[in-house]
Design a protein around this ligand. Structure first.
Ligand SMILES: *[C@@H]1O[C@H](CO)[C@@H](O)[C@H](O)[C@H]1NC(C)=O
Ligand SMILES: *[C@@H]1O[C@H](CO)[C@@H](O)[C@H](O)[C@H]1NC(C)=O
Ligand SMILES: *[C@@H]1O[C@H](CO)[C@@H](O)[C@H](O)[C@H]1NC(C)=O
Ligand SMILES: *[C@@H]1O[C@H](CO)[C@@H](O)[C@H](O)[C@H]1NC(C)=O
Ligand SMILES: *[C@@H]1O[C@H](CO)[C@@H](O)[C@H](O)[C@H]1NC(C)=O
Length: 271
């Protein structure tokens, strides 16, 4: 086993250096220091794989060393599954408008809601940068585009999002539209992992698992002034606002519009 691992490490180190070709993303600009393995995935044939899942399966998934998966421009129509034993994966897309993973399963087209994912993450320490995950199935009405199921441990409060927006100019954030938040353990809607963390829930069903205070500043009280946390037309037993933290906003339709408009992910410059 350890010889196998060693061999895999070794092969990844001596694999020939690939030059960037003009039709491909500039993979070489991404630092690879600190990664034990680096895989390139490209629909244009500029990498070792054309499917993201193949790169995930080829990774060691070690708890101590990181694997970088560079993903070329394009729409990857595949369902991506990161199993429990694939830890420390870093997926680097070429921009969230240019690299996306799309799948169109719904609960009825697959084997129930837990199988209807586009991207499912069970490995620890997963990071994705500059890539979009989309479920492109037509939205059922009233909505259940996505189901968030909380399974945080008992006596702790889990968290649905931790958006790492660092400055006002980053065009990043999490927007959840037509979702359902269910499950068995208390969750916050978001916590201020970075000062400009930005998260909006719109038209989302919130069961009582949502913590009454709603959001958490992770003891960075100064972030309360800079985060953007909004709820818009949400419903269900978890939406009672009377005890929400003061920096959690209830958004009007016009305040929510820039986020719920598909242009937030599809790219019109709105900032
Ligand atoms: C990747 O691994 C998973 C199990 O972890 C397996 O179910 C799946 O078939 C594999 N996919 C490919 C493309 O090899
Ligand atoms: C994401 O992409 C933008 C341009 O599309 C770039 O400016 C930014 O540095 C990238 N960030 C990361 C973490 O890859
Ligand atoms: C997903 O897309 C495929 C190909 O475009 C189509 O055949 C299938 O019916 C779609 N499934 C759902 C549930 O929309
Ligand atoms: C909201 O919560 C407050 C205090 O926890 C409670 O007094 C009030 O009745 C609740 N409102 C609804 C509509 O449940
Ligand atoms: C979404 O944004 C685009 C461009 O900013 C605008 O033309 C369109 O009317 C908006 N759609 C909705 C439903 O607000």
């Amino acid at each position: 086993m350890s010889i196998m691992l060693f061999l895999i490490f070794f092969l990844s180190i001596i694999s020939p250096i690939q030059m960037d070709s003009p039709k491909c993303a500039k993979f070489s600009k991404f630092p690879t220091k600190g990664y034990s393995m680096v895989f390139k995935v490209s629909l244009q044939g500029c990498g070792r794989f054309t499917k993201i899942q193949d790169a995930i399966n080829a990774s060691i998934g070690s708890t101590v060393t990181k694997t970088l998966i560079l993903i070329d421009f394009g729409i990857y129509r595949e369902r991506v599954f990161v199993p429990k034993n694939k830890n420390n994966l870093v997926m680097q897309g070429m921009g969230f408008l240019r690299t996306s993973i799309e799948w169109n399963n719904t609960a009825s087209s697959s084997h129930g809601t837990s199988e209807s994912f586009s991207v499912a993450l069970y490995g620890d320490q997963f990071t994705a940068k500059n890539i979009s995950f989309k479920n492109t199935s037509p939205a059922p009405n009233p909505g259940a585009d996505c189901i968030i199921h909380s399974v945080a441990k008992e006596n702790t409060i889990g968290c649905i999002t931790a958006n790492g927006r660092n400055t006002l100019r980053d065009r990043t954030g999490f927007v959840f539209v037509n979702c359902q938040i269910k499950g068995s353990a208390k969750v916050w809607l978001g916590r201020a992992w970075r000062p400009y963390s930005r998260v909006v829930f719109s038209k989302t069903y919130m069961s009582k698992v949502v913590s009454l205070d709603g959001w958490n500043d992770m003891e960075h009280h100064s972030s309360q002034k800079t985060v953007y946390y909004g709820e818009h037309r949400c419903y269900g037993p978890g939406v009672n606002h009377s005890q929400r933290v003061p920096y959690g906003k209830q958004l009007t339709d016009s305040e929510a519009a820039p986020f719920t408009n598909i242009s937030f992910i599809d790219g019109d410059q709105w900032l």
